[in-house]
Design a protein around this ligand. Structure first.
Ligand SMILES: CC(=O)N[C@H]1[C@@H](OP(=O)(O)OP(=O)(O)OC[C@H]2O[C@@H](n3ccc(=O)[nH]c3=O)[C@H](O)[C@@H]2O)O[C@H](CO)[C@@H](O)[C@@H]1O[C@H](C)C(=O)N[C@@H](C)C(=O)N[C@H](CCC(=O)O)C(=O)O
Ligand SMILES: Nc1ncnc2c1ncn2[C@@H]1O[C@H](COP(=O)(O)OP(=O)(O)OP(=O)(O)O)[C@@H](O)[C@H]1O
Ligand SMILES: N[C@H](CCC[C@H](N)C(=O)O)C(=O)O
Ligand SMILES: [Mg+2]
Length: 490
């Protein structure tokens, strides 16, 4: 790719640009190599435009930036939405791409859906991968990236890498941050899925409307014009999501009790999972899902929808659903305590997710449901009290503790959670809280440890003082249970 190709794709004067070869794309001046195109964006911490001279000194030959930015010594490709233009241009460079790419958005269930879609495709014989909170999972390995949505250069580079490895099917997670910062797009996307919308991230988005609008970019701009929208139909926001996708002219595929394309007609608990009956394409199907909880049914069927709209065979798809493996950190049973109480780890970190995780376990509890959770620091403060309320509403005992305090005082965060959690206990230190819950639990009780799921660390401090202290809920629950069985305190 030459500079002139880039200029003409951007609609600027190609002749003037010259035909120097482009060697790559970068959004951080420290990663610029000679011949790169630099994207200078105004960020939430610093203004990338301040690094334009440094990027050019490092060899950048073109800079995508706002028209008012100063660019001297390199081609200025100007746009009022430089992140978007940069994504579109970089996508022309990063080739090949996997033939079948789908994206999932929604407040909760994105990671579960991309992982389940990957599993379903794999069982249908495709070489499939997923990209999201759990990292990049390919047919051969799983690599963590740290963020749900990596930056645009990493995202496009990962997709090209996967295509070169022979991966043909990719499901990726489109977070609202990623969507509003154009961090994951540019490549052809055959279908988008919407799981649900409820309170989260109102530190970043102005209000629920703004949050919804960020998510809807998936349907209005990211999915191909002739693509499909798979929509979980039983959420409060589903009708509006359907309307947005219809307006764009996407093929609509709805799923759920109110779904028209996969209509769930019955769901009942079995000892190891659930029995489902549904209608698809005029045919009734009854089969078992080896996972518990209504929310996992929603994710499994939404994933089935994604596989169906991208051409997988229905009989194979529903057979694959009946063989789905659990998703790491989502209602994962870590251990059974010496008294006989199962301890479940779940990634619920919103009020709605806590209610969903509690509802999933409730039918299995004959004694008490003991819930341990906290709320993250430097994230949506307004969700804390509602999380407390959701926890006490569905549990018999609630222990509020710490979850990634980041730059905030953990005690203050807990106090905010506790303000909505009448009767809950306050236990500083996540290990102590998990130990206390397991010590409390009798043979008919169930312990739910929510909020961290697969996470491997407790994030404390911010900026230069940020540290990640190793912490894994599954391991800690096992250690506490073992220590208790051995007669120790924890
Ligand atoms: C608030 C937020 O989302 N920030 C993300 C965003 O950063 P930003 O654009 O605001 O960056 P900035 O640090 O202000 O810098 C501005 C620009 O200057 C550049 N720069 C900066 C410093 C320098 O020396 N040189 C330089 O060139 C930066 O590369 C950037 O392009 O873009 C960066 C990469 O593209 C992300 O790493 C960063 O994520 C931060 C670390 C973060 O914590 N994000 C969380 C909130 C997040 O995005 N979470 C969602 C999950 C949500 C969910 O699933 O529920 C996610 O998708 O991961
Ligand atoms: N369909 C759903 N409806 C309600 N709650 C759900 C649903 N799916 C998952 N959850 C809850 O949300 C938690 C997180 O699930 P998952 O990781 O799949 O979501 P996510 O959208 O990727 O989250 P994040 O925004 O952090 O990346 C689960 O552990 C569960 O408690
Ligand atoms: N993707 C989510 C992860 C939250 C996980 C929870 N453990 C926390 O730290 O709040 C977010 O960025 O809000
Ligand atoms: Mg996720």
């Amino acid at each position: 790719m030459r500079l002139s190709d880039l200029a003409s794709a951007a609609g600027t004067d190609a002749a003037e640009a010259g035909d120097t070869a482009i060697t790559g794309f970068a959004i951080d001046n420290r990663k610029v190599a000679p011949g790169n195109v630099f994207g200078a964006f105004q960020g939430s911490v610093v203004n990338g435009e301040d690094f334009i001279p440094a990027a050019i000194s490092a060899g950048a030959i073109a800079v995508v930036a706002r028209p008012e930015a100063t660019v001297e010594g390199a081609l200025h490709i100007a746009s009022d939405t430089p992140r978007k233009l940069f994504a579109d241009l970089a996508a022309l460079y990063f080739r090949p791409t996997p033939a079948t790419v789908v994206a999932v958005t929604g407040t909760n269930g994105k990671t579960s859906c991309v992982e389940m879609t990957r599993q379903i495709w794999r069982m249908c014989g495709e070489r499939a991968a997923s990209i999201g909170t759990l990292g990049v999972t390919t047919p051969d390995e799983s690599v963590s990236t740290g963020l749900t949505t990596p930056d645009i250069v990493t995202f496009l580079g990962n997709n090209t890498g996967l295509a070169r490895e022979g991966v043909t099917h990719v499901a990726y997670e489109a977070s609202s941050h990623g969507l509003s910062q154009y961090r994951n797009e540019g490549l052809p996307v055959k279908a988008g899925a919407f799981t649900n919308l409820s309170r989260d991230h109102l530190d970043y988005h102005k209000d629920m409307e703004d949050y919804f609008a960020a998510k809807m970019r998936l349907f209005t701009e990211v999915v191909d014009a002739d693509g499909a929208a798979v929509i979980w139909a039983d959420d409060e926001w589903s009708e509006r999501a359907i309307a947005v996708a219809k307006e764009r002219g996407l093929r609509i595929f709805t799923v759920g009790e109110k779904g028209k394309d996969i209509r769930l007609t019955s769901r009942s608990a079995t000892p190891l999972g659930q029995e489902l009956t549904l209608e698809h394409d005029g045919q009734e199907r009854t089969f078992r899902l080896p996972l518990i909880g209504a929310y996992q049914v929603a994710n499994a069927l939404t994933s089935a929808g994604l596989a169906l709209v991208t051409g997988s065979d229905p009989a194979q798809v529903f057979d694959a659903v009946s063989r789905l493996q659990p998703v790491r950190g989502r209602l994962e049973r870590a251990v059974i305590s010496q008294s006989g109480a199962p301890v479940y780890i779940d990634y619920a970190h919103t009020p709605d997710a806590l209610s969903a995780a509690i509802a999933a376990l409730r039918p299995h509890v004959t004694g008490r449901l003991i819930t341990v959770f906290g709320a993250g620091g430097d994230r949506d403060q307004g969700k804390r009290a509602p999380m407390g309320a959701a926890a006490v509403e569905g549990s018999d005992l609630v222990i509020v503790t710490d979850d990634n305090p980041r730059g905030e005082d953990p005690e203050t965060i807990r106090a905010e959670v506790l303000s909505g959690a009448k009767g809950a206990r306050d236990v500083a230190g996540r290990r102590a809280a998990i130990a206390e819950a397991i010590a409390e639990a009798g043979q008919d009780d169930i312990v739910l440890v929510a909020g961290k799921g697969h996470e491997q660390g407790q994030i404390v401090g911010s900026g230069e003082n940020m540290r990640v202290l190793p912490f894994d809920d599954v391991t800690v629950a096992r250690e506490c249970a073992a220590a208790m069985a051995a007669g120790g305190d924890q």
